[in-house]
Design a protein around this ligand. Structure first.
Ligand SMILES: [Fe+2]
Length: 151
């Protein structure tokens, strides 16, 4: 395993990343912190066991977070009203999980793999996903909330 530490810059939460939905924002911050922490914990001497433990925690938190968003989609009728957007959104969630699962499998097989590109993928996935597709969901939920409040 090779880790070139100077290529990774921890990604810091910024209010501009806020979707306006409190539970989503809180979970995004946790997810981001987990990726940054993973970077801190993984090193050239990281054992397979440590790698599996860290990625398992990350994956289960990500899945929990995706479930939160996807149940909000159901609750607010997002899938019904914006099926295309919801479809793309859910696919992005599945792709994230698949990437982590694939990295875990490669590690288990004993094959050499670079850790930093995986962390960079996770980091940029979170940055792109939260600032694009999650924003759309956030705005949609806020509109629905405003409609409910006006009734
Ligand atoms: Fe999402």
């Amino acid at each position: 395993m090779t880790v070139t530490k100077n290529t990774y810059t921890p990604f810091v939460w910024d209010d501009r990343m806020s979707t306006g939905v409190e539970v989503i924002d809180a979970q995004h911050q946790n997810l981001l912190n987990m990726v940054n922490d993973a970077y801190g914990s993984l090193s050239e001497t990281t054992s397979k066991v440590t790698f599996q433990r860290i990625t398992k925690e990350l994956l289960s938190y990500a899945i929990y977070h995706f479930q939160t968003e996807e149940s909000l989609m159901n609750e607010y009728g997002y899938n019904r009203e914006r099926p295309d957007e919801a479809g793309i959104h859910i696919k992005e969630h599945r792709d994230f999980s698949a990437k982590v699962v694939a990295a875990r499998k490669t590690m288990n097989s004993g094959a050499q793999q670079e850790i930093i590109p995986i962390l960079e993928f996770l980091q940029s996935w979170i940055a792109n996903h939260t600032q694009d597709i999650d924003m759309k969901l956030g705005r949609y939920i806020q509109e629905k909330e405003a409609e409910r409040a006006a009734k």
